[in-house]
Ligand binder design. Sequence first.
Ligand code: ZN
Length: 111
Amino acid sequence: MRCARCGSGHLFKGYFKMAPDCPRCGLHFEREQGYWAGALAINIVATGGLFALVFIAILIATIPKVPVLPVLLVVVPIAVLGPIVYYPFSKTVWVAVDRAFLQRLDPNEKG
Ligand SMILES: [Zn+2]
């Protein structure tokens, strides 16, 4: 949850509202309309991956007598709360990934 260019924190006003620009270096985060679709994809992959890992691990550990209710009590909160908890992280990770690609395409890119 830090700026991908200067490392500054304090990018969020509350848990869900990200500042439009970095307070230290002025990096504008949302470069174009639809920019945050990348953050959405990162969030889905991260929380979906965690869900799948936990679900498969429990299945492997308990087969053939899978305790359905306890499994649901573990994996449903991951599926429901995971994307909410990971939301701000997914946005800052996406900005870092985007900047890494930009700098690879154009090493002089300052963002
Ligand atoms: Zn910055």
